[in-house]
Design a protein around this ligand. Structure first.
Ligand code: GLY
Length: 390
């Protein structure tokens, strides 16, 4: 087990009053409101270019972070403008599904949870519910029964991607858990359960750091090797991947109550917290804890949101319940104080200093739409009544 250096630092919450959090939230809502006309019927690109998101069609894995932001703003403000804007995108998500536009991905979970499941949650929109169930069916096609895994990327016959899982997939599983709850069909949940247990076994190392990706032989089910795609090296720990793992395992625990998932979320969280720099905003890979490498603000936003879900799942008598909650608040305070676009003159993003993919020099030191989404979710978790969202 990792040493517990972070304990002392997180015994108390940051000294921030309600107005600090409200101001941070108001700023995020203001940015979302002012982007509605700009994006029209298009979407922000995954990462900004010089802190401004260009408009893109619904072809990225990230389209739904924009609709997710609109739903969060609706939840936060009650303003129908946000609900209307989010609902206007539903036909476009139907077209994407019907025409199979860039649907060869496990990110169907992200895409249809934050668009259609959200629409169903907030408004009981039945056609959104059916669309999300169709997306869950499409996601299940990527499940290999023998290996017990969901292939992350690409065509199932692509030799470079066949049998490859990535840690991010943990966040796509809620769509499957939700589908079982809606239909009473246990198969979606069974696939999600087997995937997360297998993924944890091979993606999480003994010291609770994680591989980004892992290959399996889909014919025999045998594990092959761990590699990275967006991290520093195959044996380093990509920060956002670790954060996806914390949050995804905490969510899977909510749906399953399987104790090993809570322990995985706990171990991943401890490793994450022990590898943060002083201001608690992760470098893009946790191999770096000081120096000039770029930060990935999205990793800290995702990790902190996950810490709050993890903390709420822990028994009241567990000392880490309070520690993880305080850690999330400290991270949120650091992001709100020093990482938002309030400090940048020209930006349509919310959170500065994210990294999409450093090895490919893609969106380095930019706003990221997933960073914006999870920062907003984090602020809502801090200020509003508790909700699972996923
Ligand atoms: N899920 C892809 C990423 O985090 O970049």
């Amino acid at each position: 087990m990792e040493n517990l250096l972070f304990y002392k630092r997180f015994l108390c919450p940051p000294e921030k009053d309600a107005s600090f959090w409200q101001e941070a939230l108001d700023y995020a809502v203001h940015k979302i409101r002012s982007n509605i006309a700009f994006f029209g019927d298009e979407y922000p690109s995954p990462a900004s270019v010089r802190n401004v998101y260009p408009r893109v069609q619904n072809i990225e894995w990230t389209s739904s972070f924009w609709t997710g932001l609109l739903w969060l703003a609706y939840h936060s403000s009650g303003d129908e403008l946000f609900r209307d804007a989010a609902e206007r995108y539903l036909p476009d998500f139907r077209t994407r599904l019907d025409k199979r536009i860039a649907t060869n991905t496990h990110d169907l979970g992200f895409l249809y949870t934050l668009s259609c499941v959200n629409a169903y949650h907030f408004t009981r929109n039945c056609s959104a519910q059916i669309m999300a169930l169709k997306a869950a069916d499409l996601l299940l096609i990527r499940y290999y029964e023998k290996a017990g895994i969901i292939q992350a990327w690409g065509d199932l016959n692509d030799p470079a991607q066949r049998g490859r899982i990535i840690i991010d997939c943990a966040m796509n599983l809620p769509l499957l858990y939700w589908a079982s709850m809606q239909t009473g069909n246990p198969y979606y949940k069974e696939a999600a359960d087997r995937h997360i247990v297998t993924a944890n076994k091979y993606l999480i190392r003994d010291d609770w750091s994680s591989y980004h990706t892992f290959y399996f032989d889909t014919e025999t089910g045998s594990p092959l090797k761990g590699t990275t795609a967006q991290g520093y090296s195959d044996d380093s720990c990509w920060s956002r991947g670790q954060a996806w793992g914390i949050y995804g395992n905490a969510l899977a625990y909510w749906y399953t109550k399987e104790p090993s998932l809570l322990e995985s979320a706990r171990g991943l969280a401890q490793y994450f917290l022990n590898h943060l720099p002083d201001d608690l905003v992760a470098y893009w890979d946790l191999v770096f804890t000081q120096g000039d490498e770029e930060r990935d603000s999205s990793a800290s936003a995702i990790g902190a949101s996950g810490l709050l879900v993890l903390s709420a799942a822990l028994p009241v008598g567990d000392p880490q319940r309070r520690i993880f909650e305080n850690a999330a608040l400290h991270i949120a305070a650091s992001l709100a104080q020093s990482y938002t676009t309030k400090a940048a003159r020209e930006s349509n993003g919310i959170l500065l200093h994210g990294v999409y993919g450093k090895p490919g020099n893609n969106g380095v030191d930019e706003c990221t739409i997933f960073g914006d989404y999870f920062y907003m979710e984090l602020l809502l978790r801090i200020t509003a009544s508790w909700r699972l969202y996923w």
